[in-house]
Design a binder for this molecule. Sequence first.
Ligand SMILES: Nc1nc2c(ncn2[C@@H]2O[C@H](COP(=O)(O)OP(=O)(O)OP(=O)(O)O)[C@@H](O)[C@H]2O)c(=O)[nH]1
Length: 366
Amino acid sequence: MSSPRIPVTVLTGFLGAGKTTLLSNLIRDSKQRRLAILVNEFGEVSIDGTILRTDDKAGVEIHDLANGLVAYDDDEHFLPTMLALWQRRQQIDHVLIETSGLALPSAVMEQLQGPELAERFVLDATLAVVDTPLLLAGDFDSGHGQQDNAVASLFRQQLENADIVVLNKIDTLTDTAMLQAESTVRELAPSIRFIELAYQAKLDTRLTLGLHLHEVSGSGHRHYGPVSSLPLNLRPLANQALLDGHSHGGLAAHSHGLATHKHFHEQDPGWQSFLIRSKDAQDAARLLAAVESIAREEALLRIKGHAASADGQGRLTLQAVRQRVQLQQEPETAAPRQAQLVFIGYHPSRPRIVERLRALTGTHWQ
Ligand SMILES: Nc1nc2c(ncn2[C@@H]2O[C@H](COP(=O)(O)OP(=O)(O)OP(=O)(O)O)[C@@H](O)[C@H]2O)c(=O)[nH]1
């Protein structure tokens, strides 16, 4: 095949780690590259796709792969989407794939090496985004309950499949805390090559795109790291050697254990995602308080969605990661026709949540 292969970056990370925010920032910063972005969500509607389109810009196209786990056996959309991108390869420089927070990236990696895609696409790098405060708080440790163990196992597998781990949400952390997070990550997944720090989900594109980590190169040991190739003023820690990837020599492709991905949702049907809707506009403060209560009461890991603001001032965007709930009012953005909230958790009760939403917001949800 004469055309060069299109590089693909895979973005993985547990529910709410900051993958979409990181992508939004990349879209804004990547000046020349024409990007095709595939967004995979566990829920049945693409909230992330909507968020990314808010930052839409020329040269960036977004494809939603909602309702599932990207590139797993029952995903009928991944392969046709990739092949269609290849047909339009003159218009695309780089493909980014955001996997859902409950998917393993190895499914995508495996398909990229399969007969249909191997000659057309090449894996550039797999990045795993981590919610660092939650990591430091032990929220990804195995525990006594089924949910703890399911979370811990998925989190670890996502890291194990990554080339680069991005420590995100570090805005309020000290250097010591970050180094602690780094050593925890290295213990969990010794094969990762680099650790990068993202302040407010921002990473320089030189640390994310065009890394060629899976192209077979000369096998000699090289002291190398994307961080060390950055100008000094962009380096995240005072003593960069502490975080640089130089201890991982060689850039030859390394194995990701391609047989490791399993049908996580089949194995473990405890994970559930559902959508709850309302035709009513919502009072921002009341909706926030309602969701904060529900996040405390139910076994939920992630809530996200949109509503029309009752004061007529555009759209409300709600984001919750475990019990941390944020509600943003976007007066410039058109209000959605109906409120839609996606709930993801381990055995959460939909009827109970509908009832609580009705009671706490004083509006009708179903
Ligand atoms: N404080 C802080 N919040 C962040 C940062 N990055 C992301 N967030 C917030 O974390 C929440 C989840 O971010 P997303 O980018 O939607 O996370 P995600 O990994 O795409 O989530 P899923 O696709 O649902 O798995 C949002 O409320 C973001 O605003 C950060 O660096 N600092």
